[in-house]
Design a protein around this ligand. Sequence first.
Ligand code: ARG
Length: 554
Amino acid sequence: MKQKVVEILQRFTTEVIEEQMIEVPTYAHLGDYALPCFPFAKKMRKSPKLIAEELAGLIQDANVERAEAVNGYVNIFMKRSGFAQSVMNTILYEANQYGSSNVGGGGVVTIDMSSPNIAKPFSMGHLRSTVIGNSIALLLEKSGFHPVKINYLGDWGTQFGKLLVAYRLWGNEKQVQESPIKTLLALYIRFHEEAERNESLNDQGRAAFKSLEDGHPEALALWKWFRTESLKEFQKIYDVLGVSFDSYKGEAYYNDKMDAIVEELQQKNLLVESDGALVVDVGEHLPPCLIKKSDGATLYATRDITAAIDRHKTHQFVKSLYVVGNEQSLHFVQLKTVLNKMGYEWADTLQHIPFGLILKDGKKLSTRKGKIVLLEEVLNEAIQLAEATIDEKNPNLMNKKEVAKAIGVGAIIFSDLKQHRKHDIEFDLKKMLQTEGETGPYVQYSYARACSILRKAGAVDEFTIEEVNDHEWEIIKCLEQFPAIVKRTATELDPSLMAKYAVELAQAFNSFYGNVQIVTQSNLMNYRVSLVQSVVIVLEESLRLLGIKAPKEM
Ligand code: ARG
């Protein structure tokens, strides 16, 4: 619609009007759109006030109700009924395809996301990576890209040598099966404690990792078993969150592919020796990128370089995203620089999507010693709290368990996505489960309320719009924004725009619901129920794009 406003305005002035000049006034009495005339004053040698008055006097268009000049702004009021009719017709016709586009042209975007570490707890950071990555994938898909979700498991590294030693010394098969992460973590912690007193443990750990890298069958079998058990436990979390992956190729997958890459680095004259280790120089301002330790062991960076090259070969991506916490920014700058130095032009399409911490009472939620926050428990608590609310408000609800899960999990996802990802977020279960304010449950309740109106109203006939009141108008303007929001989220890779949008639409709908009689005499009712139907379509799609379920009854 902004584009249309631009076209209209352009017919009446020789100055160049651009879309970003058009503002949307905060107050409805200042019009639906406004053009500030200050930028033209210098060139036109006239006061903005005068420019606005002259321009407003000229504007005439079938879509424009009136144009007014106020303090150097041209305020434009659209003809509501025609605008509303066209927005609603589009939504009702396109249904969940509303806002879809083919901007992406089918281009592949790999998304490195979630990527927890085997034998370690699934942290709050991994939760953020999972839900942010998932929403970005959905938004990209809506814009015609082909997302490939990669769970780059942390399943390789010297820590597995230590774990092997610890398990052989103190481990118990049954305990691992019953509670893999807890047990393996306890073994790992014990290893570190005992190694403080017993130096030789570290040597044993290194030797064990070496045997793993050399493919020693017994070591490999144990490692495989730890991996399978850990994955089973992670899978429970993914099931609750409703997230799936296209690939689980983790760090270990690249074990036998790194030699070739180190060789390539060598041939391209990029390796430098430093204290017996091999590094790549990445410029004066950055620490060098460590490729091989003096004992020959490879590193996190070595595996990421190898994985990036493999991903490009496999997927020919147009973009390669890494949804990983702020604290790894340096690593990704190094990664990109090394690939660039290797001559890979596509390295420029690598993009780190950083995010902040989850805090509790202002402090970092940590997984160090004793203080483990087990995500599964947090998710269950959220679901139970949601269930308690249902028992109180709507005890006869069908599928209570399923709805409670949708609300509890939705609340956590929403609170994560509603702020720009770069910010740290405060984790407050009670707050995120409230049905008022900017929460997931608030949007879900609004959606369920709209669904219940549709059930009561039954099928409605075609309608013509005679008049659009202020409450309806707010909804229409919001609905019209949806495709533009989808486009922006996909270019800015920022799900928070969609979360904020969902809240705005829910608010517009609720004030309409509270002030306007929906079920009334025929033509008006057909129109208003169809408006509710349009809201249902767009709210449901907004929630889906965030990775949140929308129960029809709550
Ligand atoms: N496993 C790592 C961690 O938990 C995250 C991996 C991120 N992805 C990557 N390609 N480096 O910190």
